[in-house]
Structures are given as structure tokens and as C-alpha cells.
Ligand binder design. Structure first.
Ligand SMILES: C[S@@+](CC[C@H](N)C(=O)[O-])C[C@H]1O[C@@H](n2cnc3c(N)ncnc32)[C@H](O)[C@@H]1O
Length: 345
């Protein structure tokens, strides 16, 4: 853990994390060149704490009054499968599959055969174990691969593909979308919940810039893309766009970012409630945040917590803050839905 944390903070160093820092072009280039390593280090560091907290383990979702959050998450996955029109028996690619939650739920929902692809070996170990425990090994399989270079797959392999909050980790969206385009059969659909900055983002606004930096540094991203970039990239690689639908901008009774501020949304036991309460309080108050970091730092010194824990806490509070405020301001969406089709040959 310590090595991942040190490496991550060497690239995303505190100086660059300061939103008033005048970024030099070479700093961004250095982060972009390190993006694959940043993604791997980031998910090595945060996957376990996200899982324990019962939130953000994989993706966010829309919320509905009195709907248990576990159900909201699955509903979000099924909705994507519906928009991609995934059918029984089809061969579907899950791009950046995390620990395989969407792959399992979409396999159950549709009857399709899903291949989950991920660059993170640690997450894949868990994905395989959870899939075996779920008895879905015959329908869901996993490969360790970079979505920028899917060497295991020949062109025109899949009947469809989807990605949930993962392609944002491509330094250039054209690269990842074109690799997805290559492995899809002619006529096949691709649906993505892209995590991006909406067109409400204003680079001249210092609060917007701070939120952006927090999403990037707290989220393992070299740089976050904009909705305009995502749409242009889809078109540039040859996809025909069927739908653009920012689900994050829907006037829901409970805004999606509430899952980053309200620990009571889901009754998941005392550990989840305690962790969420502490993290949400630290996000809302710099004083609580400093106190939390100091306590965790002390416990780390006393070897009661693993080395690197303080940095993990810092990342979790930072990403919570970026996404929560980004959602409240309408400048960030983790569910900017684009449905596209590879034209028939
Ligand atoms: C926010 S998580 C989403 C996980 C999953 N889609 C879900 O919804 O549960 C982002 C995922 O993208 C994966 N990822 C990041 N960069 C990648 C790359 N270059 N190639 C493949 N997977 C990548 C991460 O390892 C992580 O599993």
C-alpha cells in the first residue's frame, strides 16, 4: 500500500493539487504519461475502503425515494443494458469492469455472455472470486488488459459493449473509443456512462477549478474530459451516435450526489454507517478533515494502521468533495450516457 501511495503522490504532488497552481504543460504531460500507473495505484489503494463503506465501489447511480441503494445501483446497470439493447446469448464486452458487479448483474438481467476487462489485477482477483461464488462462471469471464490495447481480441469480436465510469481513465478518449470500435462487429452498439465535466464548467471560475482538481487528484485521473470532447471523440472514431442523455442532470427528487453526503441512505450495518459518517463529516468540514488525517497519521506511526492509510483517507475525502460539489454545481456528471453504433460494413 505504501509504495502505491508514495508513487501516486509523487505524480499528483501537493503542489499540483493546489487549484491556484499555474499548471505547466509538462506537468499535465507527465500525469498523462503516468495514467495507467495512476489508475492501477488508485484502485489498489481505494477499492477495499470503498467496499467497506458500501458506496462508490464501482460506480454511482441515480436515486429514488425509499429505494434501497443496492437496488438503485443495479437499476442503473440494467438501464444501461436496456439502452444498449443487450440480448440473450450475445457476446458483450464490459470495458473497465472493476470487481465485476455490473458484469454479473447485466449477465443475470439479459442472459448475455459478458467479458469483463480491467487493467487492475487486484480487482480482477476479487471479480473472479465473486463471480465463482455467484455461480456465474459459465456466463461471465474476465481478462487483464489495458483498454487502450486490447491485444487479446481480434477485430469484430463482440456483439456489443458498455463502460461505466471507466473510459475517463484514458488520457485521450479517441484512443479508447477507437479500440472499442475495432473489437465491435458492424452494427453493434456501445453504451457508456462517461464521467466528465459538463458544459456548465467554467475554467475561469476558481471554485470550478478547485472542484475539477479534486476530482482529478482524488479520483486517479491525469485530467478529466469534457462532454464536448467525449461527443467529438465518438464521432471522430466513426461511431454513429444514437443518444446523448446526461442522467446526472435529470430533476430527480433525490439528486445523485446525495449518496456522497447522506450516510443513512442505506442500512448496511454499523461499519459502513460509521465510515460514511466520518468521511462525509470530513468532506463537509476542513476542521474535521484535519482531525481525521491527524488521527489516522498517528495510528499509522504506531503501526496500528498500515503505512499509506493517511494518503488513502486524503484521496477518499478529496474525491468525495470533488464529486459532491461537482454534482451540486451541475459541472460534473458520472452518468453522461452516450449510446452509439458501429455502422454496418
Ligand atoms: C470507477 S471504476 C468502474 C468499475 C466498473 N465499471 C463498475 O462500474 O463497477 C473504473 C475502472 O476502470 C478500470 N481502468 C482504469 N484504467 C483502465 C485501463 N487503462 N484499462 C482497463 N481498465 C481500466 C479501473 O481499474 C477500474 O476498475
Amino acid at each position: 500500500m505504501q509504495q502505491d501511495a508514495d508513487e501516486y503522490f509523487r505524480v499528483w504532488n501537493p503542489e499540483q493539487a493546489d487549484p491556484n497552481h499555474q499548471e505547466k504543460p509538462e506537468e499535465l504531460e507527465q500525469r498523462k504519461a503516468a495514467q495507467d500507473a495512476l489508475s492501477i495505484q488508485y484502485y489498489n489503494l481505494v477499492t477495499s475502503i470503498f467496499q467497506k463503506s458500501g458506496r462508490m465501489c464501482g460506480h454511482l447511480c441515480r436515486l429514488s425515494p425509499n429505494e434501497p441503494m443496492a437496488q438503485s445501483l443495479v437499476r442503473h446497470e440494467h438501464y444501461l443494458a436496456h439502452r444498449v439493447n443487450i440480448q440473450e446469448g450475445e457476446k458483450i464486452l464490459d470495458v473497465g469492469c472493476g470487481i465485476g458487479n455490473p458484469a454479473r448483474s447485466i449477465a443475470r438481467f439479459t442472459g448475455a455472455n459478458i467479458t469483463g476487462l480491467n487493467i487492475n489485477a487486484q480487482q480482477l482477483r476479487q471479480a473472479r472470486q465473486l463471480t465463482q461464488e455467484a455461480g456465474l462462471g459459465y456466463q461471465v469471464n474476465f481478462v487483464e488488459q489495458n483498454f487502450l490495447r486490447m491485444e487479446d481480441f481480434a477485430a469484430e469480436t463482440f456483439d456489443g459493449a458498455y463502460a461505466i465510469e471507466s473510459t475517463c481513465y484514458a488520457p485521450d478518449l479517441v484512443e479508447v473509443y477507437s479500440e472499442i470500435f475495432r473489437v465491435l462487429k458492424p452494427g453493434a452498439r456501445f453504451g457508456v456512462y462517461e464521467a466528465l465535466l459538463t458544459d456548465k464548467y467554467d475554467e475561469a471560475n476558481p471554485v470550478h477549478r478547485e472542484v475539477k482538481t479534486n476530482i482529478e487528484r482524488g479520483g486517479g485521473l491525469a485530467r478529466i474530459h469534457t462532454s464536448a470532447e467525449a461527443i467529438a471523440a465518438m464521432k471522430a472514431v466513426g461511431f454513429e451516435i444514437l443518444a446523448i442523455d446526461d442522467l446526472g442532470a435529470r430533476p430527480d427528487q433525490i439528486p445523485w450526489e446525495t449518496q456522497l453526503s447522506d450516510p443513512t441512505l442505506e442500512k448496511q450495518g454499523w461499519l459502513s454507517f460509521a465510515l460514511l459518517s466520518v468521511f462525509f463529516a470530513a468532506r463537509a468540514s476542513p476542521l474535521v478533515n484535519r482531525g481525521l488525517q491527524a488521527v489516522v497519521g498517528k495510528l499509522e506511526q504506531l503501526t496500528l494502521f498500515p503505512a499509506g492509510s493517511q494518503k488513502v483517507v486524503d484521496l477518499v475525502v478529496t474525491i468525495l468533495d470533488g464529486m459532491y460539489r461537482g454534482g451540486a454545481l451541475g459541472i460534473f456528471s458520472p452518468m453522461f450516457l452516450i449510446v452509439a453504433r458501429k455502422p454496418e460494413a
